[in-house]
Design a protein around this ligand. Structure first.
Ligand SMILES: [Zn+2]
Length: 299
């Protein structure tokens, strides 16, 4: 395959064909709002196969993109990353973090999985979170789900989805917690949308429960005067392209869990480590969940 690309890049005639394909694809994207596409109806005998065209598109896109980078930008990228945000989103291809936020590479640290879940046993996610909070010192965690989420729709159905059901059970557990509210919604689409929002809220809560986040927030109250990182629940609408803050009945959620997870206050030993040394009298730092930008909407 590499030989093919080497030949391609050295062949101006074939490169021109690929460029035309890419150009058409971009025109489709920007004029219709839909995804880029490749015309695979005709393939020359000695030309690239459909699969090769599909990959050519990416390499050619990248070539064009890289050629437009300014020296200032490349110098910036040559230094180590210092993103302000951690994005926790769904794997759905319609919700790319940098694109929908209008950010550039280097500005957002990203974790995505099916259903934008924060699962307790997910070593991948917790490694990302630990690095983002502990090393990169990111200031905002954006938990962004999206309407028309296939994971939420699948979780709400009583169909056997095979292996993925193990993962979807995280969403079904949320459905169980809010069963009364959800079953009272008769419109199926509205029920899906509500579970999307509840899922986002619960994943924010799951992040807040982690020691690395609680510790960082407690320490930043002392050093910066406000808890960092802040956690933001938000939802993306693939139809409009808009991201909105979601409304959460935080009183209900906090009432259910605050005595379990101790997130009203946290003990910080003077050594900076959370130990059991009874000779240390740890200061108490109040960082109510209300500091998180929850928007209680209970009309
Ligand atoms: Zn999704």
């Amino acid at each position: 395959m590499l030989t093919y690309y080497t030949k391609l890049l050295r062949d101006p005639v074939r490169m021109k064909k690929v460029s035309r394909t890419c150009s058409a694809a971009h025109q489709f994207y920007f004029s219709s709002g839909g995804p880029s596409h490749i015309d695979t109806r005709s393939t020359l005998k000695d030309g690239p196969t459909r699969s090769e065209q599909e990959i050519d598109l990416l390499f050619n896109n990248n070539k064009l993109w890289a050629s437009k980078l300014s020296k200032e930008y490349r110098d910036q990228m040559a230094r180590k990353q210092k993103p302000t945000y951690l994005w926790v989103g769904c794997s759905d291809s319609r919700v790319p973090a940098e694109t929908v936020l209008g950010l550039k590479p280097g500005e957002v640290f990203v974790h995505r999985n099916v259903g934008n879940l924060v699962a307790n046993q997910d070593v991948n996610f917790h490694s990302v979170l630990h690095y983002a909070v502990g090393v990169l010192k990111i200031r905002h965690i954006l938990v962004c789900g999206h309407y028309d989420c296939g994971a939420v729709i699948a979780a709400l159905s009583n169909t056997d989805h095979g292996f993925v059901d193990h993962w979807l059970r995280n969403i079904r557990d949320i459905q169980r917690i809010y069963q009364a509210e959800l079953s009272a919604i008769t419109d199926k689409d509205a029920r899906v949308r509500r579970l999307v929002e509840l899922n986002i809220a619960e994943q924010c809560l799951n992040i807040f429960k982690t020691a690395v986040v609680q510790k960082a927030r407690a320490e930043s109250v002392a050093t910066e005067g406000e808890p960092i990182p802040q956690i933001h629940p938000m939802v993306f609408d693939p139809v409009t392209g808009h991201i909105t803050k979601i409304s959460v009945d935080w009183d209900k959620i906090s009432g259910m869990f605050k005595d379990v997870y101790q997130f009203e206050e946290i003990a910080q030993p003077k050594t900076g480590n959370r130990g059991n040394d009874s000779s240390i009298t740890p200061p108490t730092v109040d960082f109510s969940m209300r500091d998180i930008q929850w928007y209680v909407d209970h009309n």
